[in-house]
Design a binder for this molecule. Structure first.
Ligand code: G3P
Ligand code: CA
Length: 244
């Protein structure tokens, strides 16, 4: 059985402000195999790395990402909300992360945050960046918006997509396959070892989120899931070393 990979959720987001370059760098240093990040589009259609549609929780600004230009967003502080030690941290463009990740061996899970704001052309803009940086083999594209995952496969049949699920589904591997996805990223209480086993036997990788408890990490790793997505990559690394 392959080792369960460890993906750092929004980077090492318990140790640094989420979805920033410092959080991704820390994830790499902690031994993560991959990073998970969230993407929204600016007014000038630049894919930027931020979880919320609005910027007030994680910056010193206010408003919607969709209404601000990339240049405007870059003047803001995306670190102080987390700790004064990170004052002056800037929002990354998706391209900044792809350039940085290029020389690493990290897998990159890009979550398209287009469930509330529709963001026309988001899929093709992201696919174009992934292609330009030759990262297709290391990128997983996920979304709660499954229409968007279907569009991705229409644009790029080779893309590696994963459905995000908050709830249980009947035979989710069949559903994932029906829309061309090769992974299921499920809220961890909504999956169990049998679902993991059957999905993976059917060729669908299971990567539960957001797994921060040691006992759950151990259980999921022993169930053989392809990856876990966690805010605590270092803890996950220790659990994997000890228990698998
Ligand atoms: O991609 C897994 C997980 O990040 C989905 O939920 O809200 O943390 O983006 P959220
Ligand atoms: Ca996410």
């Amino acid at each position: 059985m392959d080792k369960t990979l460890i993906f750092a959720h929004r980077g090492a987001s318990a140790a640094a402000p989420e979805n920033t370059m410092i959080a991704f760098q820390k994830a790499l240093e902690m031994g993560a195999d991959g990073i998970e990040l969230d993407v929204q589009l600016t007014r000038d259609r630049i894919p930027v790395v931020i979880h919320d549609e609005k910027i007030s929780r994680t910056s010193n600004g206010t408003g919607w990402v969709k209404d601000l230009t990339f240049r405007e967003l870059r003047t803001l502080d995306f670190g102080s909300w987390f700790s004064p030690d990170f004052r002056g941290t800037r929002i990354p463009a998706l391209e900044d992360v792809l350039v940085w990740a290029g020389p690493t061996r990290l897998q990159i899970n890009i979550e398209l945050k287009n469930g509330l704001v529709p963001y026309p052309d988001m899929e093709s803009l992201i696919l174009e960046l992934v292609e330009r940086h030759q990262l297709r083999d290391r990128v997983i594209l996920s979304s709660f918006n499954h229409d968007s995952l279907v569009r991705i496969k229409q644009f790029e049949p080779e893309a590696n997509t994963a459905v995000l699920l908050m709830e249980r589904l009947y035979q989710p591997w069949d559903y994932a396959r029906s829309i061309g996805a090769s992974g299921i990223h499920c809220y961890w209480p909504a999956c169990d070892s049998e679902m993991i086993r059957q999905s993976q036997n059917n060729g669908i990788a299971v990567r539960p989120f957001t797994v921060n408890r040691k006992d759950v990490m151990k259980k999921l790793m022993q169930a053989g899931c392809a990856a876990i997505i966690t805010d605590h990559p270092q803890t996950a690394f220790e659990v994997r070393e000890k228990h698998t």
